[in-house]
Design a protein around this ligand. Structure first.
Ligand SMILES: NC(=O)c1ccc[n+]([C@@H]2O[C@H](COP(=O)([O-])OP(=O)(O)OC[C@H]3O[C@@H](n4cnc5c(N)ncnc54)[C@H](O)[C@@H]3O)[C@@H](O)[C@H]2O)c1
Ligand SMILES: [Zn+2]
Ligand SMILES: [Zn+2]
Length: 338
C-alpha cells in the first residue's frame, strides 16, 4: 500500500510502498477513505511525541471501510463504514470500566504508537471497544474529523467545561480544534468570542457562530474584559502566551480548558488560580461510547462539522501540507483522500 513515511523528525516525509497491516487478534484493518490533517500530526513529525518510533506513518483522524477482521472480533463485518476515536482504549482496565476510555493507561493511538492513517490502510486495535458505525448519510470526509478535533472539542466544551447558555466562551486559536469549539459552544447557546492571528480563520469563526472576533494583539485581554470577561477560556493552539492571556481574561471562578499541546511546558500563576478560584481543566479526546449524543446533534443539523472542511488533498500532497504547518495554518480543516 501507499503511505506517507517519516524517516527523520522535521525532514519532509515521502510517499512510499509499504506492507499493508494485518489484523491482529481483537483488531480490524480499515481501508482509509478520509483522514484529517491535525496539528498533533505536526507535533509528532517535529519529534514532540516520545511514543513515536521511526520510520513512522502519521495520521489519527480517520474514517474508512472495514477491510479485514481479526480473530476474536464480534459484531463487525467487512464493508462496514466506521470511524474511531484517536485514543483506542483497551476496554478492560479500571478507567475503561468506569467509562473514561480517553485516559486508558493501555491506550494505543494510530499515527503515534503505531502506523497511522496517512496510508491506504490502517489498523484499529481493541476494535469492539473503539469502532463507531457511521450513519448512512454521514460522508467519510466529515466523519474523519469527528475522530480527533471535533470530538475533542465536543468533550472539552460540553462534558469537561460544562458550558451552558449565556456564558462567555473565549476560544484562542481557530484552527480545527478551535472552529469546532466555536460551533459547539454556539450551539449550546454560549456567547462565543474567537481570537486568532489569521483574519480568514476569524471570518470562518463568525460564520460558525462566534458573536465577537478579535485579531490577537497586545490588547486582547482588555478587549475580552470590555466584553464582560470569560466564564470559560480554551487554548486551542498550545501556547504559553495564550495560557497567560486566557487566565487574565477569566472572570472569578472561571474555567480554563487546555486542549492545545504544550511540549515546552507552561508557567502558571498559581496564586491567581487560588485567589480567583480558577479551574485549570485538561481535556483529551472523547471515548467511542460518547459519540451517539454528538452524532444525533449532527443528524438534526444542530452541529455541522461538514462546514469546517475547506480543503481536500491527496496522499502525495500531504508531506508538503504537513510541513507547511510550521509557518501557520490555512483557515479551516484539511482532509486527505488517500
Ligand atoms: N487534547 C487533545 O485531545 C487534542 C486533540 C486534538 C488536537 N490537539 C492539539 O490542539 C492544538 C490545535 O490543533 P489544531 O489542529 O486545531 O491546530 P491548527 O494549527 O489547525 O490551529 C491553530 C490556530 O491557532 C492560530 N494562532 C496561531 N498563533 C496564534 C496566537 N498567537 N493567538 C491566537 N491564535 C493563534 C492559527 O492561526 C490557527 O488558526 C494542537 O496543539 C493539537 O496538537 C489536542
Ligand atoms: Zn483501558
Ligand atoms: Zn488530532
Amino acid at each position: 500500500m501507499r503511505a506517507v513515511v517519516v524517516e527523520q523528525y522535521g525532514v519532509l516525509p515521502v510517499v512510499q510502498e509499504v506492507p499493508r497491516p494485518e489484523p491482529a487478534d481483537g483488531s480490524v484493518v480499515l481501508k482509509v477513505e478520509a483522514t484529517g490533517l491535525c496539528r498533533s500530526d505536526w507535533h509528532g513529525w517535529m519529534g514532540h511525541d516520545s511514543d513515536i518510533v521511526l520510520p513512522h506513518v502519521p495520521g489519527h483522524e480517520l474514517a474508512g471501510t472495514i477491510a479485514a477482521v481479526g480473530s476474536g472480533v464480534h459484531g463487525w463485518q467487512v464493508g462496514e463504514r466506521v470511524t474511531t476515536p484517536f485514543i483506542c482504549a483497551c476496554g478492560a482496565c479500571e478507567q475503561c470500566r468506569e467509562g473514561n476510555q480517553q485516559v486508558c493507561p493501555n491506550q494505543l493511538q494510530p499515527g503515534f504508537n503505531y502506523w497511522g492513517s496517512f496510508a491506504e490502510y490502517v489498523a484499529v486495535p481493541y476494535a469492539e471497544v473503539n469502532l463507531v458505525r457511521l450513519p448512512d448519510d454521514l460522508d467519510f470526509a466529515t466523519a474523519a474529523g469527528l475522530g480527533c478535533r471535533f470530538a475533542t472539542s465536543f468533550r472539552a466544551i460540553h462534558q469537561v467545561g460544562k458550558v451552558v447558555a449565556g456564558e462567555n466562551v473565549v476560544v484562542f486559536g481557530c484552527g480545527g480544534v478551535g472552529l469546532s469549539a466555536v460551533m459547539i459552544a454556539a450551539a449550546l447557546g454560549a456567547r462565543v468570542i474567537a481570537v486568532d492571528t489569521n483574519p480568514d480563520a476569524l471570518k470562518l469563526a463568525r460564520e460558525y457562530g462566534a458573536s465577537d472576533t478579535l485579531q490577537a494583539s497586545s490588547t486582547t485581554v482588555q478587549e475580552i474584559r470590555d466584553l464582560g470577561g470569560a466564564h470559560v477560556t480554551m487554548d486551542a493552539l498550545g501556547s504559553n502566551d495564550i495560557v497567560q492571556q486566557a487566565l487574565l481574561s477569566l472572570r472569578p471562578r472561571g474555567r480554563h480548558l487546555q486542549v492545545g499541546l504544550l511540549p515546552s511546558g507552561v508557567q502558571l500563576d498559581v496564586g491567581r488560580l487560588i485567589g480567583q478560584e480558577l479551574q485549570w481543566l485538561g481535556s483529551h479526546g472523547m471515548p467511542a461510547h460518547a459519540y451517539p449524543e454528538m452524532l444525533t446533534l449532527v443528524a438534526t443539523g444542530n452541529l455541522k462539522p461538514a462546514d469546517l472542511i475547506t480543503r481536500t488533498i491527496t496522499l502525495e500532497q500531504t508531506p508538503a501540507a504537513l510541513a507547511a504547518l510550521t509557518n501557520g495554518t490555512p483557515a479551516g480543516v484539511t482532509v486527505i483522500k488517500p
